[in-house]
Ligand binder design. Structure first.
Ligand code: ADP
Ligand code: MN
Ligand code: MN
Ligand code: MN
Length: 339
């Protein structure tokens, strides 16, 4: 007997990396080997030296094929077995190890938009649907487009054992969200990439495509983000630590350093409208969905909990956003003795 393993990796596409995958058939009982691919077809190598290496880092049951089949997320290495330039996980793993004793946790809200050809799902041919207002968490065929895909994706994520914690319909028709976490930095980022792969793959079964574009419809329509919720053990126990983390994110050149790695097109999305803060000015506040960073109301009441960085785009690389937030906030918490 044999089993099938889907090797999944992140390519070198610019400005936003894409997911790729291919299947390896293995004899039963064989452990997951490293594998390779043609990097010249994924913007990861030149044709004359095109081999790249796939090193498995996270695996889970494959809910699509079932049985003993697996999904395997890989890091891309060069043939000298060093991290490939497109590999953002390697640096993030170092940061996660360095600050592991602060026990950082993340919950990421992944927004996305279904497309039927060139149009967001639910947008009529040659026109626009009714303005925003009734779609967010809506019910009924006039408000909801693609629920059968969303439900199937949720089932697949749960069957794969991913730490998915919820789903909801979003403000624009055809736009949805799922949340992954709370989990450790590496787990949340790995599992978000696998959940994204499953989303593309599920929608494929319905002939629909998925866009993580930050501003998929121009005009008076909400963009798509990836609000990133974050805490450390100290933040889960003290409000002073919550404030230290918020202040650290606003200090000196930190806002710009973060924004630069929060996804392609972040300036087009963070306009100060559509529940965003302008990208050029950092702010934080309790319950404020017009701030860069929100302190949820129950966190202000309980004087402990987590913060929500509302700036990352839907197309953000979760390895980048988790690396930056852990580095900025955990360094400041360490300096303040709040660990
Ligand atoms: P919103 O009200 O912004 O839409 P959601 O319910 O969509 O919030 O998402 C909140 C996210 O915060 C969830 O993914 C949840 O797992 C995560 N979360 C909850 N508690 C913590 C915590 N202590 N640290 C980090 N993330 C957390
Ligand atoms: Mn949400
Ligand atoms: Mn949302
Ligand atoms: Mn949110």
């Amino acid at each position: 007997m044999s089993y099938k393993v889907e090797y999944i990796w992140i390519d070198g596409s610019q400005p936003t990396a894409k997911l790729r995958s291919k299947t390896k058939v293995l004899p039963d009982g064989k452990v997951l080997p490293i594998w390779g691919f043609d990097g010249s077809s994924t913007n990861q190598a030149e044709g004359h030296a095109s081999d790249c290496v796939l090193a498995p880092v996270f695996s889970c049951p494959d809910p699509l094929r079932g049985g003993g089949d697996l999904l395997v997320l890989c890091e891309v290495l060069s043939t000298d077995m060093e991290p490939h330039p497109s590999n953002t996980r390697a640096a993030m793993a170092q940061t996660a190890v360095r600050f592991a004793d602060q026990e950082p946790l993340f919950g990421i809200e992944q927004e996305y938009t279904f497309f039927d050809g060139a149009r967001p799902l639910g947008f009529p041919a040659g026109g626009y649907p009714a303005p925003q207002g009734d779609y967010y968490c809506g019910v009924g065929a006039g408000e909801i487009f693609g629920r059968e895909i969303v439900e199937r994706h949720l089932e697949y994520c749960l069957a794969a054992g991913l730490g998915i914690s919820g789903i909801n319909a979003e403000v624009m028709p055809g736009q949805w969200e799922f949340q992954v976490g709370p989990l450790s930095p590496l787990d949340v980022a790995d599992q978000l990439w696998v959940a994204r792969w499953l989303l593309h793959r599920t929608a494929e079964e319905f002939g629909v495509s998925v866009s993580l574009d930050a501003k998929p419809a121009k005009g008076d329509w909400n963009g798509a983000g990836a609000h990133t919720n974050f805490s450390t053990r100290a933040m889960r126990e003290s409000y002073d630590a919550i404030i230290t983390a918020c202040d650290a994110l606003g200090q000196d050149d930190k806002p710009l350093e973060h924004i630069r790695h929060y996804g392609h097109g972040v300036q087009e999305r963070l306009t100060g409208h559509h529940e965003t803060a302008p990208w050029s000015s950092f702010s934080y506040g309790v319950s404020n969905r017009g701030a860069s960073v929100r302190i949820p109301w129950q966190v202000a009441r309980d004087k402990q909990g987590y913060i929500e960085d509302r700036r990352p785009n839907a197309n953000v690389d979760p390895y980048q956003v988790t690396r930056l937030i852990v580095d900025t906030c955990c360094t400041a918490l360490e300096k303040a003795g709040q660990v």
